[in-house]
Structures are given as structure tokens and as C-alpha cells.
Design a protein around this ligand. Structure first.
Ligand SMILES: [Zn+2]
Length: 127
């Protein structure tokens, strides 16, 4: 596990400037915590990252993350990104995104479940 981690840190060295966030993101990517649900045939995607308190829903293109750190720090310009988005970048560049394919008909229920999780996390973290 630690050898794998060192190898991944080397591979993702361009993100090392993020410090502790980088460490956490490398661990998350290695543990398979970055998941992409791909809906076919439309190609719509829902990307989530397993966090400390539950899954966070991210959109790397915007970028957007449902975590409170993103809301309080990133949107106010205090930080560039949160570790969930960083986890995605690292997983994406090293082929560690866990892609699961679904049928388009499942998009609605899946989306509702993901959003439900996010609300759960928000409630628990009291923000
Ligand atoms: Zn986040």
C-alpha cells in the first residue's frame, strides 16, 4: 500500500503543492474513492468522491463540490480547490476513477440517492 502510494505521489507530483490536501487526495484516489456513474446511451455522468462523512458530489468541469469546505473556502477565493476535486484530478490522470455504467433509465433514482446522501452529510456537519 505505501509503495503504491509513493508511486502515485510521483505520478501526481504536479499537485504536490497542495500539501496536506494532496496526501489525503492520493489516499482517496488509491482507495478507489473516486466514482463515476456513467449513464448510457446519453453519456451523462455523476461523479462522487467518498469523504470523511459520506459521499460528496462533484463536477470537475465547473468546478463544483458539495462539501462545506468548497462552499466556505473555495467559492470565497480562500482556496483553489477542495481535496475531493483534487482526488478526482489525481484519479483521473492515473486511471483510478472507478467507472460504473448504468442505463439512462436509472439516472433519476441514482441522482436522487446521491443528492439524498449530500443532504445527510450537510445535516450531520451542521452547516
Ligand atoms: Zn469537496
Amino acid at each position: 500500500m505505501s509503495e503504491q502510494k509513493e508511486a502515485l505521489k510521483e505520478k501526481a507530483a504536479e499537485f504536490a503543492k497542495y500539501g496536506p490536501k494532496f496526501e489525503k487526495a492520493v489516499e482517496t484516489a488509491l482507495a478507489g474513492g473516486v466514482k463515476e456513474a456513467r449513464f448510457l446511451p446519453s453519456g451523462r455522468k455523476i461523479i462522487s468522491v467518498v469523504g470523511k462523512t459520506g459521499d460528496e458530489f462533484i463536477d470537475p468541469e465547473k468546478p463544483y463540490c458539495s462539501c462545506s469546505n468548497f462552499y466556505f473556502r473555495v467559492t470565497r477565493g480562500k482556496e483553489e480547490l477542495c481535496y475531493h476535486l483534487l482526488s478526482y484530478k489525481i484519479a483521473y490522470t492515473s486511471g483510478l476513477v472507478d467507472v460504473i455504467e448504468f442505463n439512462d433509465e436509472e439516472y433519476g433514482p441514482y441522482f436522487a440517492a446521491t443528492v439524498g446522501d449530500v443532504f445527510d452529510v450537510l445535516t450531520k456537519s451542521g452547516s
